[in-house]
Each structure stands twice: as C-alpha cells, then as structure tokens.
Design a protein around this ligand. Structure first.
Ligand SMILES: NC(=O)c1ccc[n+]([C@@H]2O[C@H](COP(=O)([O-])OP(=O)(O)OC[C@H]3O[C@@H](n4cnc5c(N)ncnc54)[C@H](O)[C@@H]3O)[C@@H](O)[C@H]2O)c1
Length: 441
C-alpha cells in the first residue's frame, strides 16, 4: 500500500536496513548488488554475531542493534526478515520511526496484527509491502493473461494444493514453522492465496478446518539435528475461499503429507482448465485444456517479468552460450532458476529468455494456407515474440481435413510474422471457428 517510491537512478537509491540475518537473508544479499535502485546500508539481528558476519562480508554495510537501525538516518526502508511472530513488532516500530517497510511472508502472524500494521502505515503515509512477489513472474501472469483473454471461459473454481512432510528436515532452526504464526497456511499459503486472488479476484469469505497430527518434530539438519521441538499450531489446513466473482477455491496446505500428484494450482472455467505453475517460483509452464481437446497444451509466456527471481537456491550463469540468445544483459551473471540450455526452442521456453528462434525454422511460403497444414508439419512462427498458442499452429480438424484458427483467438495474434494473420474460415467452417472448434480434433 502507499505511493510508489522513486528509485529512478543510483543517486536516489533506496537505503535499506535489513532486520533478520537468517536463512532467507542470503537470497536478498545475493540480489542487492544487481539492483542500482537499492543500497543496503545497515543490518541488525537479535544475534549480533549474525549481523556482524553479514556486515563484514558486505563493504559499506554497518552492523547495528535493532533499535539503532530503526533510528538510523541512513535507512529509508526496513527489510523485515525476522520470524513471523516478530513481523508485526518490527514493522510497527519501523513505521513509528518513519521508515517504509517490506517484510517477508506472512505479513503478520494474525489478521488483527496485519490490520494494525496496515492502519499504522496509512496513518503515517508510509509504504508497507510484503512478500510474496512471485505473482509478478511469468508463471502466474501468463495464467492470468489466459483467463483475461477468455481461454477458459468464465472462471468457476480453483484448487490449490501444497503438501510436504515438513520444513524441519532441511531448515536448521525450524521452530517458527510450528508455533502460532507458522504452520502450512501462514508459511506456504501466502504464495497460493496471493496467486488465487491474482487469478480470480478478491475473497469475500472463507471456511476451513485444521488438524495437527504430531505434537513434536525432530530437526533434520544443521547443528541442532536430532533435537525435538514442540508443535503448537495446526499442521494440516483445508479451506474454501469464496471469491467476489462467485468462483470457489479449494485449498489444502499440509506439513503432514509425503507427496502429491495434484497440480499446485488448477483453475477451471466453463470452457477450459488451466494448470498453474508453482506459485513459490516466478516462472513455470502454464497448461491449458479446452473443452473437447484431446490433450493439454503449454501456453507460451505472454505476461510477467521474465527471468525474475528472489535469488535463492540458484545457480549463476555468467552469460548466454549462444550468440543469438537475446536474454536481457541485466540477467547475465544473475541468478537463474534455469540453465541457458533453455535458450532454445520450444517457443514457450525461448520466449522466457527472449532468445532468437534459430533461422532453421522456415516461415511459411506466401502461398501456404493454414487450411492444409497438417498436425505433423506444425508451421511455427519464426519470431519469439509471436504469441500464437502452439496448439493453434496447424490445428487440424479430422472431420473436415482442414486447419482452422478459432476467431475467438483472433486478439492473440500480435505477431510480426508476415503471414501471421487470421485466415478467416468460409461460412461452412463457422461452427469450427466460433469456439466449438476444439470439439472434433
Ligand atoms: N527460509 C526460507 O527458505 C524462506 C523462504 C521464504 C520466506 N521466508 C520467510 O522469511 C522469514 C525468515 O525466515 P528464515 O528462514 O530466514 O528464518 P531464520 O530463523 O533463519 O532467521 C530469522 C532471523 O531473524 C532474527 N530475529 C528473530 N526475531 C528477531 C527480532 N525480534 N529482532 C531482530 N532479529 C530477529 C533471528 O535471530 C534470525 O537470525 C520468515 O518470515 C519466513 O517465512 C523464509
């Protein structure tokens, strides 16, 4: 909430004071050097040794106590990376000290705390922001674009499923996941609920049920491995979200299950279904299956910030290996979830890094007609900016022996390819062209 901050030039870099130097701080520390618009100036932690360690590794960054950092004139925004139970306390102190705040998820450990924080920011005229920002990546934004473009018709429902045996297996200090403010709903739910709201609009009411299967957990890694910690919050949560649009989302968030075959998120509409990639990531494949279609199709990236990442658990790729890869220079040397090998067709992946499609993909000849293209010879557009859906290339209808592009998709055609134009079907093909086309191929 609040007005956008001005971070146009390095001279105006937003000065960040980071509170909390634990596990996730590494992701931010890795990302800051790539961003001219921000400058880390100070760090703090209840554990001063952690703050000193970070400061020592980052020239120009000072290790301060929390109170010193909040009072520091060299800090414009407090980055709150503390545990969920401390989010509200730190944020409210920071706002009271006149600092903007951006915090890790969840916004707060309870709805009441969250409301208090929002009100405090509004009263002070300061900006309050919270992770996750993954909804801005190409995965969720491409799914949103598909819904906005009517590819599934009117949205009816969604499912969101996240199951894991628990974070104590890998996190060296997992205590906060198992106390109020933790649990699967407040820990992983923010990714899923943010995505569902991005895709289906605001939620007006909810219902749910929760359970807890074990009263203790055993730490599985780090210096405390083997230590048993108590569980005092639900570890399996199910719920239904009532969207203002009338759509219903069903949610399962669990630290009590081993694995699942369920998609992270599926959205169902009157004429199609979408599978949405992991909302804990910025990218991933969006798949569409329209009514009557024989299979799912992968939608090309059509929206969102390509190559974005919070930076964690990534490998550094110094530069693209291909001369024709036009990945933005800003992402060279940055952290990528995927290797440059994906700077190759298929189009949906090539588009992710804005790579040139190799010249070996021939454009159709001027005389070629979509009507006679067969499934076995998919004429792909030569440009990665072409947004025609793969299933549309050479979409072949057995009953007519023709390939027809549904008029409903006309607005998707924004391709510089000369022949990338709508080939309006003759009258007898109208039934195929008005959206019923997919029922017989
Ligand atoms: N670990 C991850 O992979 C991950 C991923 C995404 C988001 N997050 C979120 O990031 C936040 C931090 O998670 P983490 O894994 O880094 O936890 P962590 O326990 O590793 O680190 C938290 C740090 O905050 C410090 N701290 C706690 N209370 C404080 C206070 N009142 N004042 C100053 N410092 C305080 C702790 O000493 C610790 O160094 C959580 O909200 C979590 O949900 C974590």
């Amino acid at each position: 909430m609040g007005q956008p901050l001005s971070t146009d030039t390095p001279a105006k870099a937003l000065r960040i004071g980071m509170v909390g130097c634990g596990n996730i701080s590494a992701a931010y520390l890795e990302t800051f050097p790539r961003l001219d618009a921000v400058a880390l100036t100070a760090v703090a932690d209840l554990d001063m040794d952690r703050a000193r360690e970070v400061a020592a590794a980052h020239p120009g960054v000072r290790a301060l106590t929390v109170d010193e950092l909040l009072a520091d004139d060299g800090v414009d925004l407090v980055l709150n990376l503390t545990i969920p139970a401390a989010h509200a306390e730190i944020a409210l102190k920071a706002l009271a000290a006149g600092k903007h705040v951006y915090g890790e998820k969840p916004l707060a450990a309870s709805a009441a705390e969250g409301q208090t924080m929002l009100q405090a920011a509004q009263d002070a005229g300061l900006i309050l922001g919270s992770a996750p920002d993954t909804v801005l990546g190409t995965g969720i934004q491409t799914a949103r674009r598909a819904i906005d473009d009517g590819l599934i018709g009117a949205p009816v429902s969604a499912t969101a499923t996240m199951v894991t045996p628990g974070h104590e297996r890998w996190h060296p200090n997992p205590d906060f996941y198992y106390v109020p403010g933790g649990g699967p709903l407040l820990d992983m739910g923010p990714y899923y609920v943010s995505a569902l709201v991005t895709l289906l609009g605001p939620v007006t009411s909810v219902l749910g049920a929760a359970s807890s299967t074990r009263s203790t957990r055993t730490i599985g890694s780090g210096p405390r491995a083997g230590e048993v910690i108590p569980v005092s919050t639900p570890t399996h949560v199910t719920g239904v979200l009532f969207h203002a649009s009338g759509a219903l989302s069903t949610l399962v968030m669990s630290f009590d299950a081993v694995a699942t075959h369920a998609a992270n998120i599926e959205v169902h509409g009157e004429t199609g279904s979408l599978t949405v990639p992991d909302p804990n990531r910025f990218d991933g494949e969006v798949q569409l299956r329209t009514l009557g279609a024989e299979d799912w199709e992968v939608l090309p990236v059509s929206a969102g910030y390509a190559g974005s990442s919070r930076g964690s658990a990534c490998r550094i790729w110094p530069k693209p290996p291909q001369a024709n890869c036009r990945a933005p220079a800003a992402s060279w040397g940055s952290t990528c979830w995927r290797s440059w090998r994906q700077c190759l067709p298929p189009l949906s992946q090539a588009a992710r890094y804005r790579c040139s499609v190799p010249a070996s993909v021939p454009p159709p000849s001027a005389s070629s007609s979509r009507r006679v293209w067969k499934r076995s010879v998919p004429p792909k557009p030569p440009s990665s900016t072409c947004r025609i859906r793969p299933s549309v290339y050479g979409r072949y209808h057995r009953s007519t022996g023709k390939t027809v592009i549904p008029l409903a998709l006309e607005h998707l055609f924004e391709c510089p390819w000369d022949n990338c134009v709508i080939d309006h079907p003759p009258a007898h093909d109208t039934a195929l062209a008005d959206g019923r086309a997919s029922t017989d191929h």
